[in-house]
Design a protein around this ligand. Structure first.
Ligand code: HAM
Length: 436
């Protein structure tokens, strides 16, 4: 005899029964609505890509988390851990023929072999919004505005969330001013990225050990991060030619966000570096104000990626917003939608003879755009009414032999409890949303 095996869900993966899917759909609806408000068009790509697309472009952090394997044709492939390389590949094939700027969005499911923890899973859905072919800082601001507006649409305000913004060129100019050699910058970024989470002692250790910076340079870097406000940076470094350009751009970025009514959400923060290797300019991450959750959203400018994957050299800026942290936050704030079953009509069938009529009536209602269910054959009236309540029926149509013989039925409003007799003909002709 074979024994049944119990299958568990893989760690870091989720099931979405209807009562859980409702929140995900709520996010997707808001994301789609706000994307369209800003003129972005939806696209998608394959969930599986050539491994090289990620190993060369995304940076070490993500490469260590790839779900990769050799397929049956001997190809080295990977499930997509992020969307940006696919976007660059897709546009590489077709952007030359397209008017610029290109405004595209997508909601892919992504896979990263991460250590499962609060806010981090091995699969998540990530809304990606990217503006390609817009070189100016207005494009950066427009993209961040889309992200913030979607969070507002979901009920969060500037009391709940903040966007922490920085600029990779500004950071590299400042680090060079501190004496960090150009070829040590890439090793310095991941250390700076942890300034908030690790002790000063640990940061010092890493800057001298891992990066190999001399003690006086380490001191200057530490001092820089002790007073990292935009005003402090401007006071200390605005006169330095290399710093002045990116500094002015960050100031303009903040000014534009102010014009867009979003200044209250935005804070300059030099410690925002971003884990991915391809960013070249402004970078940002959105967090809850209390700092209890991981990042809700992250993005920035990546002006070289399209060319690196063989496309037209095009400037680009975009972000990814995941569903995991955002869902946690909405639930915590009481902003998640209530799960409710709902059906327009439930047909209570009294007697076998009414079954055919119930099917015809349900068909007519469904064809005119209503949702309709009917009772299970032979079930008592009481059971059918309780089934109607379970399904969240707004109206119940009772098909009893007496009424039907007179061409009528009883219509009961389940909210008010009111009942009226109506003709079967009027029910057959009920207008709904129409056939889709
Ligand atoms: P990312 O910072 O790696 O950026 O991810 C963006 C967001 O996706 C994060 O802020 C987080 O909300 C969510 N996320 C990432 N990994 C996980 C995970 N393992 N579990 C749950 N949520 C996660 C990117 O992926 C860039 N490609 C975004 C981008 C688009 N940049 C330009 N365009």
């Amino acid at each position: 005899m074979s024994r049944a095996k119990n299958f568990a869900r893989l760690p870091g993966f989720r099931d979405f029964p209807p009562e859980e899917l409702v929140l995900r759909s709520h996010l997707f609806d808001a994301w789609r609505r706000v994307s369209r408000r800003y003129g972005f068009l939806e696209y998608d790509g394959p969930p599986l890509e050539e491994l090289d697309l990620y190993t060369q472009k995304s940076g070490e952090e993500i490469v260590g988390q790839l779900y990769n394997f050799t397929d049956k044709g001997g190809r080295e492939v990977s499930l997509r851990p992020e969307m940006t390389p696919s976007l660059a590949r897709i546009l590489g094939e077709r952007s030359r023929a397209m008017p610029k700027p290109i405004r595209w969005f997508s909601i892919p499911q992504l896979f990263r072999y991460e250590r499962q923890q609060r806010g981090r899973l091995r699969e998540h859905f990530q809304w990606n919004v990217d503006l390609v072919g817009g070189p100016g800082v207005e494009a950066d601001a427009e993209v961040l505005a889309v992200a913030l507006d979607s969070l507002r649409a979901l009920g969060l305000s500037s009391d709940d969330i903040r966007a922490r913004i920085s600029d990779r060129r500004l950071l590299s100019a400042l680090l060079r001013e501190c004496g960090v050699p150009s070829d040590s910058l890439d090793a310095t970024y991941p250390v700076v990225d942890k300034v908030e989470r690790e002790s000063e002692e640990r940061i010092r250790e890493r800057l001298s050990g891992e990066v190999g910076l001399p003690p006086e340079v380490v001191d200057r870097v530490i001092t820089l991060f002790q007073a990292p406000s935009l005003a402090a940076v401007a006071d200390a470094f605005a006169h330095r030619e290399e710093v002045a350009g990116p500094l002015a751009e960050v100031q303009e970025f903040i000014q534009i966000l102010d014009d867009l009514g979003l200044a209250g959400f935005v804070e300059f923060d030099l410690t925002i570096v971003r884990g991915l290797a391809y960013y070249t300019g402004i970078v940002f991450e959105v967090f809850d104000r209390q700092g209890e959750h991981r990042a809700i959203c992250g993005g920035g400018r990546y002006d070289s990626l399209l060319e690196l994957v063989g496309g037209e050299p095009l400037p680009a800026v975009g972000f990814g917003m995941g569903d995991v942290v955002l869902s946690d936050l909405l639930i915590e704030r009481g902003l998640a939608p209530e799960y409710r079953r709902q059906v327009d009509y439930f047909l209570v069938v009294i007697g076998e003879e009414q079954a055919g009529l119930a099917r015809r009536l349900a068909t007519s209602l469904r064809r005119s755009g209503h949702s309709a269910l009917y009772g299970i054959r032979g079930q008592s009236v009481r059971k059918q009414f309780s089934a109607a309540a379970n399904e969240g029926a707004r109206q119940v149509i009772v098909l009893g032999p007496d009424e039907v013989s007179r061409g009528k039925a009883v219509l009961r409003d389940m909210v008010s409890g009111d009942e009226e007799e109506v003709t079967l003909q009027s029910l057959m002709g009920r207008d709904g949303a129409g056939e889709e």
